[in-house]
Design a protein around this ligand. Structure first.
Ligand SMILES: [Zn+2]
Length: 185
């Protein structure tokens, strides 16, 4: 639960708070950042201030750059730039939290923690599964970042909502094509 998969999921969720065609900016207050962290099982105390938010927004931009990288070289370069700010890995035991790994510099803001941990999470996933593990939703009006982990065919959509929206639109277009075709004489 406190492994690198959670870091990668957090990095992806953070990237997807950026404003897009389907939603406005979802990360504009420290409260929203705290909610994002809690939604990914970050144990209390989750106390977030304006500096944390500022650093998280910088990390968000960097993560979106990683997901948009056009080549393996660009992807490595962007993740390496983020990893450069991480620290020597160390196991930590906070009261009430299972033993877990820290790769952020001691005293990092929440944003710094997200950048260092998320970059490590994504780097480990890419090294394990290949660059195809990082994807974008196939819905043209969404394009949210997604992780293609787990068995089965590669994920195309960020979720069921996008998958069904695209399917319904395709059916409609096909039906319209049929009814709009010239009638046989
Ligand atoms: Zn989507």
């Amino acid at each position: 639960m406190f492994g690198f998969s959670r870091w990668a999921a957090l990095a992806t969720a953070l990237a997807n708070t950026a404003p897009g065609q389907r939603h406005p900016d979802l990360l504009t207050t420290p409260t929203e950042l705290a909610a994002l962290l809690r939604a990914h099982d970050e144990p209390e105390p989750v106390e977030v201030d304006a500096a944390d938010l500022r650093d998280a927004l910088a990390a968000r931009e960097a993560f979106n750059g990683v997901f948009e990288a056009a080549s393996e070289e660009a992807l490595a370069e962007r993740l390496n730039a983020m990893l450069a700010s991480s620290a020597r890995p160390r196991l930590a035991a906070h009261a009430g939290v299972p033993l877990h790994l820290h790769v952020d510099a001691p005293g990092s803001s929440w944003g710094g923690w997200l950048a260092a941990s998320g970059a490590m999470g994504l780097a480990l996933l890419v090294a394990e599964h290949g660059v195809g593990v990082l994807g974008r939703c196939a819905a043209g009006d969404c394009r949210d970042a997604l992780l293609r982990v787990g068995p089965g065919p590669a994920r195309r959509f960020c979720g069921a909502t996008c998958a069904s929206r695209v399917r319904v639109a395709a059916h409609r277009a096909a039906a319209q094509g049929r009814s709009g075709s010239p009638a046989a004489p």
